[in-house]
Design a protein around this ligand. Structure first.
Ligand code: SF4
Ligand code: SF4
Length: 68
């Protein structure tokens, strides 16, 4: 089982709440050149969904993928 995080860049306003709320923020989240956030490395994510709850614009979707 693995985690996939999708950020809707059209919605993201760069507020940084995902980055600061996530227990592994600096490892997982990064800001792109447009000031939007993206998932740099999902391997430390433990699917707590804190980021989803903190995002004020519902830009984050987490999917659980079953390994083949
Ligand atoms: S689900 Fe939890 S660990 Fe994963 S990116 Fe969001 S806040 Fe971080
Ligand atoms: S919390 Fe949501 S709106 Fe704020 S930077 Fe993260 S993805 Fe973008």
């Amino acid at each position: 089982m693995s985690v996939q995080i999708i950020v809707n860049k059209d919605k993201c306003n760069g507020c940084e709440k995902c980055y600061y709320a996530c227990p592994k923020g600096p490892r997982i989240w990064k800001k792109d050149k447009d000031g939007k956030f993206y998932v740099y490395d999902v391997s430390d994510c433990h699917n707590c969904k804190i980021c989803v709850g903190k995002c004020p614009v519902d830009a984050i979707t987490i999917n659980i993928l079953k390994d083949e």
